[in-house]
Design a protein around this ligand. Structure first.
Ligand SMILES: *Cc1c(COP(=O)(O)O)cnc(C)c1O
Length: 398
């Protein structure tokens, strides 16, 4: 007997679940890209994107995944031999730093490992040591999707200011935007990057870069910026073509319009609160399971856990068996562990991740947890009791 008929749930940290509204909006004939509805629709996206990022600054859209958004942001502020400081947590900070090195930048890396948040004091020290004020920007990951650590961006801004350093603060919000609280202007973030396929609920393909006037000044002093990545024409298009430096990502724009309508209708504060509540339910269940078995949350301190993604360790042989079981028998796909062990080390299979970003509600969270509990029973994985009850208590407290 199979139990996986019915709608599947892709609970990986992106691409996330796409709402019917988004899918329906995209299901249409190609629009005219030269005039009419598509132009009006594109203009209308900008203020709503800024609302999601909580900024009065500028918003630009690239046809790209998150890696493209990384490069877009860097290409506007850092050229060959420019210095950047990256306090890296988990895997994704290293990825952005490598992208910067590919552009010729000189990156100073402070590595905080795979299970801890960055420490703003260490960043302050590094900035104080930069007597000639050569570091152009501090680049950091808000939520690292591999370790599921949540970093303190406002604390990072305070560290930069305490050091009296002019460096820009650039944040990778690809995993967090629309899930974990993020307030670009209030927190003093100068550049933020995001992508369509996580909290924004749209298929992969749109990279978003937000920047303020301080960052725009740095861009103006660059000797040259690649035409495609240059954010100036995109943020201030005189003709429609400049929004995308070529053909518009037509269907993604319809999808994004539908997603932003949903975000506006729910409101960003309630969206953050919903993610918070779901995350607490997941943490409560995982902590209960851990009482009687090998499951552990990767980030021990709740204050440093993301509300969008949860990284877990269960060891071998349980990890791969669990993921296979829920996929085959429950219609549920869990995320693989990423960057939590050295490449090629088989123990990496003992890690897995739960994506709980975007279009997710309480019954999906309970289904996710119930699916895992069922696999534990089926596979005889030792686990503590009362996990679903503990999750229910969190969700009931609305
Ligand atoms: C997903 C993600 C990326 C990479 O995005 P792609 O679309 O896969 O290129 C970068 N940073 C973070 C924090 C992410 O979650």
């Amino acid at each position: 007997m199979g139990l996986s008929g019915g709608r599947e749930y892709l609970a990986i940290p992106g691409p996330s679940v796409m709402p019917e509204e988004v899918l329906r909006a995209m299901h249409r004939a190609a629009p005219n890209i030269y005039e009419g509805e598509l132009h009006e629709l594109t203009h209308s996206l900008i203020p709503d994107l800024k609302y999601v990022a909580q900024t009065e600054g500028h918003a630009t859209i690239y046809i790209a995944n998150g890696h493209g958004a990384w490069e877009a942001a860097l290409a506007n502020v850092a050229g060959p031999d420019d210095r950047l400081l990256m306090p890296a947590t988990g895997r994704f900070g290293h990825g952005w730093a490598e992208m910067a090195e590919g552009l010729g930048a000189d990156v100073e890396l402070i590595d905080f490992g795979r299970a801890a948040p960055l420490d703003p004091d260490r960043v302050e020290e590094a900035l104080r040591a930069d007597k000639d004020r050569k570091i152009k920007a501090v680049i950091a990951t808000h939520v690292d999707t591999s370790s599921s650590v949540l970093n303190d961006m406002a604390g990072l801004r305070a560290a930069i200011d305490a050091a009296g350093h002019p460096a820009l603060l650039m944040a990778d919000c690809i995993a967090s935007m629309g899930c974990d609280r993020f307030e670009m202007d209030a927190w003093g973030v100068d550049v933020a990057v995001a992508a369509s396929q996580k909290g924004l609920m749209v298929p992969p393909g749109l990279g978003l870069v937000f920047f303020n006037d301080r960052a725009a000044e740095v861009r103006k002093n660059m000797q040259r910026v690649s035409r495609y990545w240059d954010w100036l024409p995109r943020a201030n298009p005189e003709i429609y073509y400049q929004y995308f430096g070529g053909t518009a990502p037509t269907h993604h724009l319809y999808g994004l319009r539908a997603a932003l309508d949903m975000i506006r209708a729910e409101g960003i504060e309630p969206i953050w609160a919903r993610h918070e509540r779901h995350a607490r339910a997941i943490w409560a269940a995982c902590e209960a399971w851990g009482q009687g078995g090998p499951l552990r949350l990767n980030i021990a301190d709740r204050a440093h856990r993301s509300r969008a993604v949860t990284s877990l360790r269960i060891g071998l042989p349980h990890g791969p068996r669990l993921r296979k079981w829920v996929e085959k028998h429950a219609g549920l796909t869990l995320g693989i562990g990423l960057g939590m062990s050295e490449e090629g080390d088989p123990s990496g299979g003992g890690f897995f991740r739960l994506g709980h970003m975007g279009h997710v509600n309480a019954q999906m969270i309970m289904g996710l947890l119930g699916g895992i509990e069922t696999a534990f029973v089926a596979l005889d994985v030792p686990h503590g009791k009362g996990a679903l009850e503990a999750a229910a208590v969190e969700l009931a407290a609305v």
